[in-house]
Structures are given as C-alpha cells and as structure tokens.
Design a protein around this ligand. Structure first.
Ligand code: 5GP
Length: 201
C-alpha cells in the first residue's frame, strides 16, 4: 500500500507572491495537486472558472456549507472562500500532495482539523515591498489596496503558527525552498509509516 499524500498549507500576506510561488512549485512535479477553492468573489480580468477558482453565487456557496462539502471556509475582504473537501480527501488518498493556498484564518482551522498538515508561510522581506507589489498589480482600487495592506499586517502576526517561513526575495530560490521543504517532509518517519509496516511483514 502507498502512503497518503501530504497536505500543504501555504499562506502569507497579499502581495507576497504566494500564487506565483505555488504555481512554480506545482510545475516541478506531477505528484502535486493544487486545491482550487470555491469563492463568491467576482473573477478578476483573465481569471478562469475552474482554473483559478470555482466561482459561485452566495446561495450556491451556502448550499455547499449546508451539505458539508467544505473542509473550511472563511470570509476574506467581504467575500467567501472555501476548500473543496472531497477533492482534498480523494487526492490525499491517491497519494498526491495537495497544496492549499489559503488565508491565515482558514489555515488555523486546517491545522486544528488536520494536525499533520505542513504549514508554510510565504512573505516578502519588508512591508514596503508588499505595498509596491499591490499597487503595481493594479487589479484593485485604492480602497481595496488599503484594506489589503491592513489585512496584511494581521496576516503577518500569524507567522509564528507556521512550521516554515520562506522569504520570497528571488522567485526561483523561493520555489526551490518550498519544493525542498516538501521533499524533506516526505522523509519524516510519521509520513513514511507504510514503509515500516512493509518492513515488519
Ligand atoms: P484573492 O481574492 O486575492 O484570490 O484571495 C484573497 C485571500 O483569500 C488570499 O489570502 C487567499 O489565500 C485566500 N483564500 C483563497 N482561497 C481560500 C480558501 O479556500 N479558504 C480560505 N480560508 N482562504 C482562501
């Protein structure tokens, strides 16, 4: 029998470049699966339903909560975001490593629910870099940027709850570091329990 996959939770302040890092990590191995969240927020330009998110109406989202189809869900910046439970469970059972890119509140809920999850926090070196990235992205209004910046300060206060903190200064290096963390985590005894069972036969 094979080992179950690892559940990896990636968070960090808005503008830390988490999405790009996670995309880069996913591209390094076909053993990685990105959990595509469900959200009630409107798609940004270029975002595709089923690729970036599963975009839902509020009533569709409420039905998913009612049917216990979400592993966790949170309200972030006035919109709802949630993790598709069935997808995560099926992928883990099939031996894939599943990456959740979620906010710190959702991450704390996962940590309680699944204590073996590997928690990774991605951050830029300074808050100034965050501001520059958010303004440069130009996908939000000034008001939305201000809200995201104050939310970023709150997100940063959760960094000490994570197993790893990775500074995203150079993208390739950051992707490499996260991929290395995952490789090392696979060697932890608790994640290789099947080998020990097989040895003792
Ligand atoms: P954005 O609107 O920029 O795509 O995402 C806003 C925030 O929601 C980000 O911090 C992102 O990580 C978080 N997020 C995305 N999907 C989920 C999810 O399924 N659950 C939770 N708790 N947060 C999510």
């Amino acid at each position: 029998m094979k080992n179950k996959g690892l559940l990896l939770v990636v968070s960090g302040p808005s503008g830390a470049g988490k999405g790009t890092v996670v995309g880069g990590v996913i591209a390094t191995s076909d053993k990685f699966k990105l959990s595509i969240s469900v959200t009630t927020r409107n798609p940004r330009d270029g975002e595709v339903d089923g690729v970036n998110y599963h975009f839902k109406t509020m009533s569709e989202f409420e039905l998913m909560i009612h049917n216990n189809q979400l592993l966790e869900y949170m309200e972030v910046y006035g919109n709802f975001y949630g993790t598709n439970k069935l997808f995560v469970e099926e992928m883990l059972d099939n031996g894939y490593d599943v990456i959740l890119e979620i906010d710190t509140k959702g991450a704390m809920a996962i940590k309680k629910l699944m204590p073996d999850a590997v928690m990774i926090f991605i951050t830029p070196k300074t808050l100034d870099i965050l501001t520059q990235r958010l303004v440069g992205r130009a996908t939000e209004t000034k008001e939305q940027i201000d809200r995201r910046l104050s939310e970023s300060a709150r997100e940063l206060s959760f960094a000490d709850q994570y197993d790893y903190i990775v500074i995203n200064e150079e993208l390739d290096k950051c992707i490499d570091q996260v991929a290395n963390i995952i490789r090392s985590e696979h060697c932890r005894t608790k994640h290789c329990s099947q080998i020990i069972v097989d040895f003792s036969k």
